[in-house]
Design a protein around this ligand. Sequence first.
Ligand SMILES: [Zn+2]
Length: 459
Amino acid sequence: MGTLLVRNAAVLVTMDSQRREIPQGGFFVRDGFIEQVGPSRNIPSQADEVLDLAGHLVLPGLVNTHHHFYQTLTRVVPAAQNADLFTWLKTLYPIWAGLTPEDIHISTQLALAELALSGCTTASDHLYIFPNGCRLDDEIEAAKEVGLRLHASRGSMSLGESKGGLPPDSVVEDEETILKDTQRVIETYHDPESGSFTQVVVAPCSPFSVTPELMREAAGLARAYGVQLHTHLAETLDEERFCLEEFNHRPLAYAEELDWSGEDVWFAHAVHIDPQEVERMATAGIGVAHCPSSNMRLASGIAPVRRYLAAGVDVGLGVDGSASNDSSHMLTEVRQALLLSRVGAAAAPQIDGPGELLTARGALELATLGGARVLGRDDIGALEAGKCADFIAVDLNRIEYAGALHDPVAAIVLCEPVPVDYCYVHGKPIVHAGRFEKLDLEMLIEKHNLAARRLVEAV
Ligand SMILES: [Zn+2]
């Protein structure tokens, strides 16, 4: 692959153990991994490729810990605009039942392009609906053409309406099929090595769409292969009521009883978690994908993020599916995390706990180091020797930051979110000088709009 030199960044945010921010910073990359970081004058002056980022803020690539790429096809569906989670799902399940393998391919690439343009270099996706021959393979193959790192969650739904679940019977699978296919995709695609581009995650969808038996078997399967476990948990009060009525437990206790506890587990949302439960999650090492935009969009509530951080729970950020956001913009999610946390501090201090407000740098840390930890990775999330050369850069000379340059690092969070100018993964450009390099974006958007219209108009 050769060498790459990045130099002259106005500020280089490292997220290393000292949280160094280096003026006129740079780093030297060999074969996709960083070898040296420091002031530009202290690192080599030549390489196969030299990227001069004068006037730019440079950061580690952002890590998205929860998404449903296919939902980019069902943004802003009128009947689902003003609904809580259960109503929203029941409106959308029949539309999603029309998904095809080609739809998975197109929506994966569209979502990853939007993520890359907003600063994301590693994304986790949760695909849990497999109608009409759709497979996780369709997503993994599509992602390879874009070049971001992917943690592909093999989701599932097995508890249809006739058995007391939320989804219609037509979109659930039988549990033997789910487990066999999950094992197949782990064996085919999972790469645990440093610098890995594809990892597979075992991910039954939620307490109201799978059985306890499947949850327990899924945990056993994941541990047999050393892969991670992921599900939606404690997202809404409706879900809490469902768990109390069906399982006689609050959501976290339900998960714990089924062996869903440990450093290999992370939950999406974890909004309705009380202070004692926060402590249990910290002790067990369970991580959280915090999805502030989705939680606001569906009126789900405010996750106790500051309490999680104070207790030592790993917290990353997720844009969540694009039908409940309705965006895949990571820098927007960083800003939303900060703003929603401030609302929580004022409106519900008994939940979120006392103490300092979440800062701009704290929010950026959630999106970088926090996300890396939640996904179980020590090779991404920071720009330091030995880590992957996954980085983003933003030109500071723009209207959004005018008057904010006394602190460019905080500006990228507190000012209006912008598209990034550079997004590199493993030392390779995905976005360069503001241009998405990997696919014809205009054609992709056209195909995506056609697919979205076909899907929504069919129901
Ligand atoms: Zn979700």
